[in-house]
Design a binder for this molecule. Structure first.
Ligand SMILES: [Ca+2]
Ligand SMILES: [Ca+2]
Length: 124
């Protein structure tokens, strides 16, 4: 009996593993199709999200994102924020850079970026 329960448990694990994989696949499919969940982001929300991002990236807490702290994925885009070219991105450089990016996405300049605007700006 104990063996049966063990087997059932293992089968359950395998099954749940499968459904996780299915969900991951569905997510990957959605990504591939360019699906973005609809959202509206205000400039203020974006700014505070970017501030949290800055804090998360600045692992040693020196108020600068140095090259070794840059995320691999967006390294080149973020490095463009380094306006004084000292090799690291200060909090001010990061917030100015990311707000400039927000404003570039905010096509109708109403202070919010909708999913449509985000998608449209990506194509440019
Ligand atoms: Ca740092
Ligand atoms: Ca800098």
């Amino acid at each position: 009996m104990r063996v049966m329960i063990g087997a059932a448990f293992a089968a359950g694990l395998i099954l749940s593993g499968c459904s996780d994989k299915k969900a991951a696949n569905a997510q990957a499919d959605a990504k591939a199709a360019g699906f973005v969940p609809p959202s509206v982001t205000s400039r203020l929300d974006y700014g505070s999200a970017m501030e949290r991002r800055f804090r998360a990236l600045d692992r040693n807490g020196d108020d600068k994102i140095s090259k070794d702290e840059l995320p691999v994925r967006n390294a080149s885009r973020l490095l463009a924020y380094d306006r004084n070219k000292d090799g690291s991105i200060s909090a001010i450089e990061f917030s100015e850079g990311s707000l400039a990016r927000f404003d570039a996405m905010d096509l109708n300049h109403d202070g919010t970026v909708t999913t449509e605007e985000r998608v449209a700006s990506r194509g440019r």
